[in-house]
Design a protein around this ligand. Structure first.
Ligand code: HEM
Length: 412
């Protein structure tokens, strides 16, 4: 018999107070995959909540496709899929060729080159926080650092960073329940053709095209120049392909790390012993960084579409079925993590979390960069002896896709 999810996971409201751990725990305990029936005209889907199953799906792109169907829960038409596709919505071999254009900039070794610039950005944000004795941790710390870093890498001028923060916020708003104003940002494109159905995607494409033009006239040592000059089979990326690539990088490099940094403030307040241990033994920095990333699970899920008949955990799956990998559930699977709700700095590095994906072709390109940014923030907080007199209630982003925090007041 098919097990039905006890909450409507289509509904962003279910994630209003963060990850619905009780719902996921019940799903993990239930044999097979759990079914979420159709809701508000969106086709039903299977949920993967156990660590082992998630890794299986992630690593088998032939059976579980990113290129067929959408990678979010809601379905979109084929023309919309084609218009918005970036490498994250593609399967090998084309995915592999696109990823190769840029992957060398994100290796663990290469990202070390950005350390000094990251430290400067972290210091500026913490100076501001300390000068004002606290404030909104998200606005002062969690937002500016990741956007600053990814914009530096891409080659986006500093003066435009806040504009891009606004655009990515508006993209995420497209995963919420509220309909967006179709003509915002002067949008003229049918919303269904735009990523996240958000007019901000239109504005971001326009911005990307203008920046690409500037770099064609004046090349620089940045990723935008690299992308516009790159060739696949002797052909350069079209304006649309470039814009989709740009949007993926800005969104993925910004919103995700921001969410984990926002959660870090909660962790600092909730788990002081863990951070005391790191203060005494700095070799624990990388362990605590990964625990922040696991515990915050900034991306709640990605979806795949079944290509050939298969069986997963005893559940029969048919071509066209939607399979949703809840990273935010698998990261708390007690078959993988002992006492998963404990925030610990002594977890074995041999059993890493799946916040960056379960491995395979789409494993987060920016994992090393995100780790470096978060580690530098933690190190600076500890170096300065920053501690919170109070941390307010987090106001979560209304979304079933990102585990974001909109506002979090802290007092030092
Ligand atoms: C804590 C921070 C981050 C988290 C939790 C995160 C999470 C993820 C996840 C879950 C995926 C999909 C994996 C899959 O489908 O197998 C992904 C893909 C991706 N991430 Fe991240 N990410 C983070 C930071 C970053 C940063 C800083 C960048 C900057 C470049 C980035 C760039 C990307 C890209 C380009 C992809 C698509 C890769 C592909 O399709 O080949 N991410 N990320």
């Amino acid at each position: 018999m098919t097990a039905i999810a006890s909450a409507d996971l289509h509904d962003p409201a279910v994630f209003q107070a963060g990850i619905p751990h009780d719902v996921f725990a019940e799903m993990r305990r239930t044999p097979g995959l759990t079914w979420s029936p159709d809701s508000n005209g969106t086709r039903g889907f299977w949920s993967v909540t156990r660590f082992e199953d998630l890794v299986t799906v992630s690593r088998d792109t032939a059976t579980y496709s990113s290129g067929e169907g959408h990678i979010q829960i809601y379905d979109i038409d084929d023309d919309a899929l084609a218009a918005r596709a970036s490498m994250i919505d593609m399967d090998p071999p084309i995915h592999t060729r696109l990823r190769r254009l840029i992957s060398s900039a994100f290796t663990p070794r290469h990202v070390q080159d950005y350390r000094a610039a990251i430290q400067l950005r972290v210091a500026a944000c913490l100076d501001e926080l300390e000068a004002s004795g606290g404030g909104n941790w998200v606005d002062i710390v969690a937002k500016p650092i990741p956007i600053g870093v990814i914009c530096d890498l891409m080659g986006v001028p500093e003066a435009d960073h806040n504009y891009l923060i606004g655009l990515t916020d508006h993209l995420v708003a497209g995963t919420g329940a509220e309909p967006l104003e179709p003509t915002a940002y002067g949008n003229t494109t049918d919303l269904r053709l735009l990523p996240f159905n958000s007019p901000a995607a239109f504005a971001m494409s326009q911005y990307a095209a203008e920046l690409a033009d500037k770099r064609r006239q004046e090349p620089a040592d940045d990723l935008i120049t690299k992308l516009i000059e790159a060739e696949i089979d002797g052909e350069r990326l079209s304006t649309e392909e470039f814009a989709n690539f740009f949007r993926l990088m800005i969104f993925a490099g910004n919103e995700t790390t921001r969410s984990s940094m926002a959660h870090l403030a909660l962790h600092l307040a909730q788990f002081p012993e863990a951070f005391d241990a790191v203060r005494k033994d700095r070799s624990l920095i990388s362990a605590v960084t990964d625990e922040v990333i696991r515990y915050s699970s900034a991306i709640l899920y990605f979806r795949r579409t079944v290509m050939t008949p298969t069986v997963l955990s005893g559940t029969e799956l048919s071509p066209g079925d939607k399979v949703v990998m809840w990273y935010s559930a698998a990261n708390f699977d007690d078959a993988q993590f002992s006492n998963p709700h404990e925030f610990r700095v002594d977890r074995p590095t041999s059993s890493p979390h799946v916040a960056f994906g379960g491995g395979g072709a789409h494993f987060c390109l920016g994992a090393s960069l995100a780790r470096l940014e978060i580690a530098e923030l933690i190190a600076a907080v500890l170096d300065r002896g920053i501690s919170f007199a109070s941390v307010g209630e987090p106001e979560y982003v209304e979304s079933n896709f990102v585990n974001g925090i909109e506002n979090l007041e802290v007092a030092l």
